[in-house]
Design a protein around this ligand. Structure first.
Ligand code: SAH
Length: 290
């Protein structure tokens, strides 16, 4: 077991306003022995010991989340709304429609705002990260639009995208662990997105997501669920003019970057927030533990 100074939040923000920080770190004491861990040596990062021992609000939140328990998906969404993580009604509706419990491994707390291990040295991202990415991409996930989810993992966010763009749209998930692709299809078959999978507006594929998925390009929205050392060129190429990509970029220190392709084909990039995701890498490197 590691101590608090060595924990890592894959698929999680780490430099955030105080209340969001509390949401992020409420379950850090559990679950992390499955993950590949990197030390947090940076003095600028939040002091977890202080957070754990000295903050009444933190304890209040932890009690709320993990003991009396948010047992319902709707309550998770309401909480993210109350704490300002979700402001869009559309995003709230979609997160209510797709029950997160169908996508996490049995015995995992589905509604806790933390990344959770899903095997193969990776995690399902925290609910606040999924909500943040959906909001950043909302304009590019209108009915009928095309979206690509790179590193689709459990299929949770891919299913949310499919609900957003609807039966006239097209959503592709690409994941390089074939077993995860298979289980993501099973998860989605139990969810409200099942008809979209059946009718073919949603599909999941095994492949190296760094190459994108040219068959259904160009995309209005591209989401990357793993951190790239730099933005893969094929993903930029597969973005439609007017399209938007949300991608964590960096190694140990990462930014969630918002990449807009302008109508003249030029690219504008801004950083939304600091994050910590698992790497976008080769399957071998991932299975070896990076
Ligand atoms: N967004 C998903 C998974 C996040 S974890 C969810 O929340 O459930 C990141 C995922 O990216 C993992 O499933 C990992 O296997 C996948 N991945 C990493 N590198 C990849 C690559 N080069 N191509 C495709 N998938 C990749």
């Amino acid at each position: 077991m590691m101590n608090l100074s060595t924990v890592i939040a894959y698929g999680c923000r780490y430099r955030t306003p105080p209340i969001k920080q509390l949401l992020n770190y409420t379950t850090f004491l559990n679950h992390h022995h499955h993950l590949h861990l990197l030390p947090f040596n940076n003095p600028k990062l939040p002091n977890f010991n202080l957070l754990h021992t000295g903050n009444c609000l933190f304890f209040g939140m932890e009690r709320f989340w993990s003991r009396s328990g948010i047992s319902k998906n709707k309550q998770m969404v309401e909480h993210l709304q109350r704490y300002g993580v979700i402001s869009s009604m559309k995003v709230a509706e979609v997160l209510e429609t797709i029950d997160r419990a169908l996508f996490v491994p049995d015995g995992t707390s589905a509604y806790v705002d933390s990344p959770m291990p899903i095997g193969y040295n990776v995690t399902i991202s925290a609910p606040h990260m999924h909500a943040t990415c959906l909001q950043l991409l909302e304009e590019n996930l209108q009915p009928g639009m095309h979206a690509l989810d790179v590193g689709s993992g459990t299929g949770y966010l891919t299913a949310c995208f499919a609900i957003m763009v609807g039966p006239q749209g097209r959503v592709v998930g690409v994941e390089h662990i074939p077993e995860l692709v298979a289980s993501s299809i099973k998860n989605i078959e139990k969810s409200a997105a099942a008809p979209l999978l059946k009718e073919g507006s949603l599909s999941l594929h095994a492949g190296d997501g760094r190459q994108g998925w040219p068959e259904c390009a160009p995309y209005d929205a591209i989401h990357v669920g793993a951190a790239a050392p730099e933005i893969p060129q094929p993903l930029i190429d597969q973005l439609k003019p007017g399209g938007r990509m949300v991608i964590p970029v960096g190694n140990t220190f990462q930014d969630l970057q918002v990449v807009d392709k302008n109508l003249d084909g030029s690219i504008s990039i801004r950083s939304e927030t600091s994050v910590r995701y698992v790497p976008l890498t080769s399957r071998d490197a991932q299975l070896r533990g990076y």
